[in-house]
Design a protein around this ligand. Structure first.
Ligand code: PNS
Length: 169
């Protein structure tokens, strides 16, 4: 049984993430989508909210499941018995950081290799930050996020504007 981990902060999940996850699901028997914290980013959504959105988005993919993990990715991959960490690359600008992460993760856990999938061209410009920026200025984000999530994201952005602490998914 070949297991892969698709890690990310997913704040929120976009169609670009879904493209990479779907392709990973075609390559591995089981894909664990790991919702994690990136210490360089301050997330809009709580880790539980991010996981709930992913669960909705992945409902029709039988060999993908969502887990929350707040420790090191290398430890999580070892605990899951994953042979691969799958990450999407949008542009050369992503590469330096991702390459460094791949080397660190392999030095922490030599049993897991990082595999980079180039994103599909229609998602080259897409990021969670862009989705939030569009929503903050009242733009339509339905084309950029999985079905059923645009309203949840817009509600959260509205809550942020009103100073709310928590908006349910
Ligand atoms: O979607 P992102 O923000 O690019 O995902 C980055 C993420 C969450 C995968 C990365 O920050 C991560 O692996 N965080 C967990 C802590 C860790 O293992 N850091 C790398 C070794 S120092």
């Amino acid at each position: 049984m070949k297991i892969a981990v698709c890690p990310g902060s997913f704040d929120p999940v976009t169609n670009g993430h879904m493209d990479v996850i779907r392709r990973a699901c075609g390559m591995f028997d089981s894909v664990i989508v790991a919702v994690m914290n990136n210490s360089a980013k301050r997330c809009l959504f709580s880790i539980e909210e991010r996981a709930q959105m992913l669960e909705k988005a992945l409902a029709s993919i039988p060999n993908a499941r969502v887990e929350i993990f707040t420790g090191l990715l290398a430890d999580f991959a070892a605990r899951c018995g994953a042979t691969a960490i799958v990450k999407g690359l949008r542009a050369v600008s992503d590469f330096e950081y991702e390459f460094q992460m791949a080397l660190i993760n392999r030095s922490l856990n030599s049993g897991t290799e990082t595999i980079f999938l180039p994103c599909s061209t229609e998602y080259m410009y897409l990021s969670s930050s862009m989705v939030k920026e569009i929503a903050r200025y009242g733009g339509d984000i339905t084309a950029y996020v999985p079905e059923g999530l645009a309203a949840i994201i817009e509600e959260k952005i509205q809550g942020e504007r009103n100073g709310d602490q928590h908006v349910g998914v």
